[in-house]
Design a binder for this molecule. Structure first.
Ligand SMILES: C[S@@+](CC[C@H](N)C(=O)[O-])C[C@H]1O[C@@H](n2cnc3c(N)ncnc32)[C@H](O)[C@@H]1O
Length: 219
């Protein structure tokens, strides 16, 4: 399956890193829950690598879930799919199985901060003590003085990959571009919300301002 979001040049590698961590660490029959699964791209990366894992995907778009089911037909015995809104995560009737890995990829920037915090808390509640939460998304730029450095990184990505990622000409333009489907979380908030949920957070991989954050329950 091809990456459905080709405009983001570093995404395919980082999602493969995410999938590889899971397929390297998972035990036979472990279950993975993907919050904001889209058309099942991450599911395909994981299930192609390991034939003994189970996958549950949740997305707000019924069309994407239909497409995910088609894309993952060859793994239908190991997948289940739910239409649901992460802004009301407690109302989604996700199966009551033990998820060893809960992941969310490029979805948190669509959520208000209150829902980001609630999803992190949900993940902590549902994970066993040895499980992991993986959050992959852009991190909010908050310091104007660093903005020229970020522009250098965006420009370099553009010149190397021949295409760029969501960027802005100035810090003011960047802030004006923050809106309901583009509100990346701040690193400080993430660290705080993971802590409040009883998880330690660790940045596992960074490319520009796109971070793969791992969370694990303390104790
Ligand atoms: C950029 S796509 C990423 C899809 C997938 N994770 C991937 O990496 O291929 C973001 C996904 O988040 C989903 N999404 C956005 N807001 C959501 C919400 N409130 N509840 C559930 N899913 C949501 C969108 O429908 C979309 O499929």
């Amino acid at each position: 399956m091809d990456d459905p979001i080709g405009s983001h040049p570093t995404r395919a590698e980082q999602l493969d890193i995410l999938a590889t961590m899971i397929t390297d660490q998972a035990k036979p029959n472990d279950c993975v829950l993907d919050l904001g699964c889209g058309t099942g791209y991450v599911a395909s990366l994981i299930l192609e690598k390991r034939s003994d894992l189970y996958f549950t995907g949740v997305d707000i778009k019924a069309d994407s879930i239909v497409e995910a089911k088609i894309n993952l037909t060859s793994h239908k015995d190991r997948t289940e799919w739910f239409v649901g809104d992460l802004e009301a995560i407690e109302e989604i009737e996700i199966s009551d199985v033990c998820y060893q890995f809960i992941i969310t990829a490029l979805t948190f920037h669509d959520l208000p901060d209150s829902a980001k915090r609630d999803v992190i808390s949900f993940a902590s509640t549902r994970l066993p003590s040895e499980g992991f939460f993986f959050l992959y998304d852009r991190i909010r730029l908050t310091e104007k003085s660093f903005f020229p450095l970020q522009k250098s990184i965006w420009n370099r990505i553009n010149s190397i990959y021949g295409r760029g990622m969501r960027s802005a000409e100035s810090f003011e333009a960047y802030e004006a571009d923050i809106m309901p489907n583009n509100r990346p979380g701040c690193l400080d908030d993430y660290i705080k919300w993971f802590g409040e949920a009883g998880m330690k957070a660790q940045i596992l991989h960074l490319h520009g301002n796109v971070a793969l954050i791992g969370g694990s329950k303390v104790g």
